[in-house]
Design a protein around this ligand. Structure first.
Ligand SMILES: *Cc1c(COP(=O)(O)O)cnc(C)c1O
Length: 263
């Protein structure tokens, strides 16, 4: 695919996603600024990430630590190289969101590069993030991944265990608990997806109502390409969108090879 054609299609897709976000916000009377679009780039080449950054996308999601750190470093280098070329216009560095399942032994590599982790799902993982963030003298914003979709989902804290989990990790000094993340089950059944998101929203309200977390607890990461409108209608502040931004773009030949964790 010609670079120009890729750019045109990407820009079209972005506009379409923006439109869908705006309409979902309007339906429930929320301001558009309430919702952050996290562009999920796990299968695409660096060129496409650069184009997205150029189009003003500031939040990028990756599901694997190795990809996130490698790409964040390359985008950083590209931006600082370009900052010297004033004509190109400076762009802010994107914020890198870790959205996939995270293993403890990868935390150390991740922490210097990530803006926020959406997928904290165990006490030991939370402790390791706290530990590595402490070494860098910073605090990492994290969301707790809730297993609200039932049997189908492998990861996440059980709904019934989530408030206790918040209590367990809220005293870790280098973690900032910012909210909850969940994935809907793989289904076309709108009511099942909505029920899942509503369950997470209720849990979120409960945690706020009982003052279990600090005032930083104000985010909900709900919704992907096929269901982010339902997420927004349930109160999502972050939607994680990959496929809808990349549809119609032939990712060959520079595309990253298929790998597990891609689904
Ligand atoms: C891949 C992925 C997404 C994006 O999914 P799309 O359906 O491509 O929009 C969102 N969240 C997580 C955790 C993912 O792994």
């Amino acid at each position: 695919m010609e670079p120009k054609a890729i750019k045109r299609k990407l820009s079209e897709n972005l506009k379409e996603v923006e439109e869908r976000i705006a309409q979902a916000c309007a339906r429930v009377g929320r301001p558009r600024e309430d919702v952050t679009l996290v562009a999920v780039t796990k299968t695409v080449s660096l060129d496409i990430i650069r184009l997205l950054v150029d189009m003003g996308v500031q939040d990028i999601g990756e599901s694997r630590v190795q990809e996130l750190t490698k790409r964040a470093a390359m985008v950083d280098e590209w931006l600082s190289r370009r900052a010297r070329d004033l004509a190109a216009g400076a762009k802010p560095r994107p914020r890198w969101h870790m959205i996939g399942h995270l293993q403890r032994n990868k935390v150390k590599a991740l922490v210097p590069w990530t803006h926020m982790i959406h997928s904290v799902d165990s006490l030991r993982l939370a402790e390791e993030i706290n530990n590595q963030a402490g070494k860098l003298d910073r605090s990492i914003p994290v969301m707790i991944e809730v297993n609200a979709g039932g049997e189908g989902s492998k990861h996440g804290i059980a709904v019934a265990a989530t408030t206790h989990f918040v209590e367990q990790i809220c005293s870790l000094p280098h973690l900032e608990i910012t909210g909850l993340m969940a994935m809907a089950p793989f289904t076309d059944d709108e009511s099942v997806i909505r029920e899942t998101f509503t369950r997470v929203r209720e849990l979120y309200d409960e945690i706020i109502g009982e003052r279990l977390a600090s005032t930083s607890f104000r985010m909900l990461s709900l919704g992907m390409s096929n269901d982010f409108e339902y997420g927004i209608e349930a109160g999502a502040t972050h939607v994680r969108v990959g496929t809808a931004l990349l549809k119609g773009i032939d990712l060959a030949p520079q595309a990253a090879p298929a790998h597990e964790g891609m689904t």
